[in-house]
Design a protein around this ligand. Structure first.
Ligand SMILES: Cc1cc2nc3c(=O)[nH]c(=O)nc-3n(C[C@H](O)[C@H](O)[C@H](O)COP(=O)(O)O)c2cc1C
Length: 187
């Protein structure tokens, strides 16, 4: 696939039907590199990426993702993991009217996962993959703690999302997006 970033974005869509072709190592590296170069608040890069390519693990992870069958045919899964950060300063600053301090530690970490910005490296990876003809779909519907245990993540890390990658089987068709007038508020 060639063209501008917008061309790539216009052509990209969720791909859940994959051929059984594996993704060459250099393309895998290209995809991961796109994730590594992502921006993050304070350049903390509070993430790890887990690369999973063996069939048995992919099937087990499909089960953990509430049995979503299509995941089993992916050539690889990348799990985006976030680091638990002790400091609640950012959320206290963003929501000064809320009693952030009183939240239970475990609960706070889990509902604060969005703050770790893993959707940015994921988005880079999806786009880099599409440039190389590799399709993908995001997955966030899974049992988080069970996946963390299965992957044996370092303590203090949780999986925030997974992305399934593979070569699309058949034609791909982008879904409708809202018109600019629907999404843009001119202030
Ligand atoms: C954060 C996120 C989580 C998602 N989780 C799942 C999922 O668990 N299972 C699934 O089949 N699709 C999942 N999707 C795919 C969406 O359904 C899909 O992106 C959406 O329908 C828009 O289609 P598009 O990707 O072609 O633009 C997820 C997408 C995002 C962005």
């Amino acid at each position: 696939m060639k063209g501008t970033v917008l061309d790539l974005l216009r052509g990209r869509c969720r791909v859940r039907d994959f051929t059984d072709e594996s993704i060459p190592d250099d393309v895998v590296r290209y995809i991961l590199e796109a994730g590594r170069l992502s921006p993050s608040g304070g350049n903390e890069q509070p993430w790890k990426f887990v690369l999973v390519r063996d069939r048995e693990s992919i099937e087990r992870m499909a089960e953990i993702a509430y049995g979503q069958k299509w995941i089993r045919d992916a050539a690889m899964l990348v799990v985006l993991c976030v680091r638990d950060v002790d400091d609640r300063g950012i959320q206290k600053a963003r929501f000064p009217g809320l009693d952030i301090e009183s939240l239970d530690d475990q609960l706070y970490f889990r509902i604060n996962m969005e703050e770790h910005q893993t959707k940015i490296p994921g988005t880079h990876m999806v786009l880099a993959a599409w440039e190389k003809g590799v399709g993908s779909t995001w997955i966030s519907y899974f049992r988080v703690d069970e996946l963390a245990e299965f992957l044996g993540l370092p303590s203090g890390y949780l999986p925030s999302e997974m992305i399934a990658f593979g070569y699309p089987k058949g034609d791909t068709e982008p879904v409708e997006k809202k018109d600019m007038d629907d999404v843009l508020i001119k202030f």
